[in-house]
Design a protein around this ligand. Structure first.
Ligand code: GDP
Length: 237
């Protein structure tokens, strides 16, 4: 299937976010979790810059992506969190930009895109390293996303690094921690990428998934497209 992908901009504040109404799928995760690698693997080109030195990107990198006959949408690579070198200041920057992104607020808390089209849907994929299930920062991010964003799913990166037995245990633990299906992927071997595309297509084409930061009611969740019966019960203690 033909995939087109292009870098659009690096956003430092809400004013820089897209304003043409296309759907957006944001990638959220710790620094070094493999977001850039995953964007490149999904789009089959080096559209995103990867780095062995984590914690450097504090901007949201935005890519315009289209696959097959599906309409174009934006993949939004939000700044990674949980990296110590940047200290409290970078944690705050992450929080501010991420809140601004999902809430679409300007620095003074006002809606910053008045007159612009809001995206028809905004969804978030939480990326977690399959080798580190249940980190506090990931749990906090998931709890916050579930409250804030209508379409959410968890993706476990770098599964090629785990042998079969450890992988099964890690996935079981992840699904128990996040109380949801977790899709295992590898940017290196390409495992899980077809399933991830199916999930992204579904999230990007859900018209009713508007942000809900000001809403107390919970909009319908997008269910994972991979078979949920594969989900194993949590381990007995
Ligand atoms: P980001 O900070 O989340 O954008 O992470 P990067 O994409 O820059 O990846 C961080 C490091 O993890 C790099 O050294 C990548 O080569 C490595 N990496 C990313 N994805 C994978 C994967 O699926 N498998 C393996 N083995 N390494 C990966």
């Amino acid at each position: 299937m033909k995939i087109s992908a292009a870098f659009v901009t690096s956003a430092a504040s809400a004013a820089d976010f897209p304003s043409d109404g296309l759907s957006e799928v944001a990638l959220v995760g710790r620094s070094n979790v493999g977001k850039s690698s995953l964007i490149n693997a999904l789009t089959r080109r080096r559209v995103a810059r990867t780095s062995a030195a984590p914690g450097k990107t504090r901007l949201a990198n935005i890519y315009s992506v289209a696959r097959g006959s599906s309409g174009a949408f934006y993949l939004v690579d939000l700044p990674g969190y949980g990296y110590a070198r940047g200290g409290a200041e970078s944690a705050q920057e992450f929080a501010d930009l991420t809140r601004a992104y999902f809430g679409r607020e300007g620095p003074d808390g006002q809606e910053s895109r008045v007159g612009n089209l809001a995206p028809s849907s905004v969804a978030a994929l939480l990326l977690v390293d399959c080798r580190h299930p249940g980190l506090d920062s990931d749990r906090r991010a998931w709890a916050w996303l579930r409250k804030t964003v209508a379409g959410t799913a968890v993706v476990a990166t770098k599964v090629d690094k785990l042998a079969r037995g450890r992988r099964i245990r890690a996935l079981r633990e992840l699904e128990s921690v996040f109380e949801d299906s977790v899709l295992p992927v590898s940017a290196v071997t390409g495992e899980g990428l077809d399933e991830l595309w199916t999930l992204i297509d579904k999230l990007a084409n859900s018209r009713n998934l508007n942000r809900r930061s000001n809403s107390r009611s919970r909009p319908p969740r997008v269910t994972a497209p991979w078979p949920s019966k594969k989900v194993l019960p949590p381990p007995k203690r």
